[in-house]
Design a protein around this ligand. Structure first.
Ligand SMILES: [Zn+2]
Length: 49
């Protein structure tokens, strides 16, 4: 299972995310650095294979 990289829209830090969860369009993640919550799907910075 691939691990994607997400970038927080607020603090710009990057964090890992399991790809099997990324394709649910409503999924949100809380940034581990600043605590901001954002929609996962639009924040993937690694290509999806
Ligand atoms: Zn953040």
């Amino acid at each position: 299972m691939a691990v994607l990289l997400l970038q927080c829209p607020k603090c710009k830090n990057k964090m890992k995310y399991e790809s099997r969860m990324a394709f649910v369009s409503t999924n949100r993640k809380r940034c581990v650095y600043c605590g901001a919550s954002f929609v996962v799907r639009g924040r993937i910075i690694t290509p999806q294979n």
